[in-house]
Design a protein around this ligand. Structure first.
Ligand code: ZN
Ligand code: ZN
Length: 256
């Protein structure tokens, strides 16, 4: 499984792109920066988008991607999430006010976007991937995912404070090649992180004690103003296999 870290930050700045990961050029995990990091031609090759939650830094690129695909793709781009998130995307983003409803444009029969609900805890086939969603702990409904291609599996946490079901899912996944987790704030802002449904490096350490499998852990979604502090604190977790996710890097998991 090839995973491109298009963007891996929780805020945007000149050199910080919002969270968006592209699996094998086809499956997008969140869509913060998809339109600012991919050419128009490459944007058109994305078939599926998994959205963790509706916060703007995860869906801004989805809105802009939909517009870019008008007149370009013959099939809709398939957008997947748990039912409350799909409902929020329809109600609050593609609502004809904040942004056009591309699920009925240019026509209801041939729309740009098609929405699909994923029931929690149950594997679903999305293209060539088996995807299982579970709810995580954030200020709005949010999901984490395990994505498997048969040969390899990764876990994508999305935004979440301390949680349980996601780690249970990790522990029952046969071969987990990587965890892509969040570390939004430095340790000194632990209270703020918990209140807003996020993690610090120390909170991440506690979360990883719930893990019963050995795998690599990549931290992302750092807020730009705290990057150097968070990276230093992640480095201090030297007893754990945690490293910051590198923006722009392509990772190969499971297969050579
Ligand atoms: Zn976020
Ligand atoms: Zn969020």
């Amino acid at each position: 499984m090839r995973v491109q870290a298009l963007g891996c930050y929780g805020g945007e700045a000149y050199d910080c792109q919002l969270t968006s990961l592209l699996v094998d050029g086809k499956l997008l995990l969140d869509a913060g920066s998809v339109t600012t990091t991919l050419s128009l031609d490459t944007q058109a090759t994305v078939d599926h988008v998994l959205i963790s939650h509706i916060h703007l830094n995860h869906v801004a690129g989805l809105a802009l991607l939909a517009e870019n695909l008008l007149g370009v793709r013959s099939r809709p781009i398939e957008v997947w999430s748990i039912p409350p998130v799909i409902n929020q995307l329809k109600t609050h983003l593609f609502n004809g006010i904040l942004w056009p409803d591309f699920s009925v444009l240019p026509s209801p029969l041939r729309p740009i976007v098609s929405f699909h609900e994923l029931l929690e805890g149950r594997p679903h086939q999305i293209g060539e991937y088996e995807v299982t969603a579970v709810g995580v702990h954030h200020t709005v409904e949010a999901a984490g995912y395990v994505i498997s291609d048969g040969a390899s599996s990764i876990l994508y946490q999305g935004d979440s404070g301390p949680t349980t079901e996601l780690w249970r899912l990790a522990n029952r996944t046969a071969k987990l090649d990587a965890l892509i987790v969040e570390a939004s704030f430095p340790n000194r802002l632990g209270d703020h992180a918990v209140r807003t449904g996020h993690l610090t490096p120390e909170l991440l350490r506690a979360e990883l004690t719930k893990l019963r499998v050995q795998t690599s852990v990549y931290a992302q979604h750092m807020k730009p103003q705290y990057i150097s502090e968070i990276v230093e604190e992640l480095t201090a977790l030297s007893d754990l296999p945690v490293s910051p996710l590198d923006q722009g890097k392509t990772y190969h998991f499971g297969t050579p």
